[in-house]
Ligand binder design. Sequence first.
Ligand code: HEC
Length: 161
Amino acid sequence: MKVLTFGTAVIGLAAVLVQAAAQAQSTPIGNDATTARGRYLVQIGGCNDCHTPGYGMANGQVPESQWLVGDSVGWQGPWGTTYATNLRRWMGQRTEAQWIAYARTMKPRPPMPWFNVRVMSDEDLAAIYRFTTSLGPAGAEAPAYVPPGKEAKGPVIRFPG
Ligand code: HEC
């Protein structure tokens, strides 16, 4: 009976070691718990819905390497035409502290849901920053904002008003 218990413990320990080795191999740099939480928040917070091209149309099946690079589809309404910012570059140009301070007061134009970002905790904002910057800068800058009454190039989604 003792031998069996010892044997089971050895098998259990071996399984833990194998699992740890597999994790160590497949874990990319920066993939700590905070970064993983940032990935989760970006997903459930809807950031990809606008900041990742084609995300909704692909049922969310866009490779992570293409996430948050901004979009050239314009959002047009009484505010003019806005384009979802390339967050990979935007975040990369700021420190984590700068982003958290900015998020507390930011008020970009519609349809950016800044009011949702503002109520996030410092920890959650930091996690989003860590995840986004862990992806590295990629993609071109989104087209510049076009004021009301000025013609926007490319496709637009029109809001009434
Ligand atoms: C419904 C579409 C939409 C969603 C969802 C969305 N964004 Fe945006 N976001 C935009 C647009 C459009 C802009 C550009 C606004 C402008 O030009 O004033 C923008 C701009 C930004 C900016 C730049 C702010 C600035 O002042 O320049 C940041 C940072 C940002 N978004 C972060 C996020 C994060 C983080 C999430 C997820 C929690 C998110 N966005 C979700 C559409 C969206």
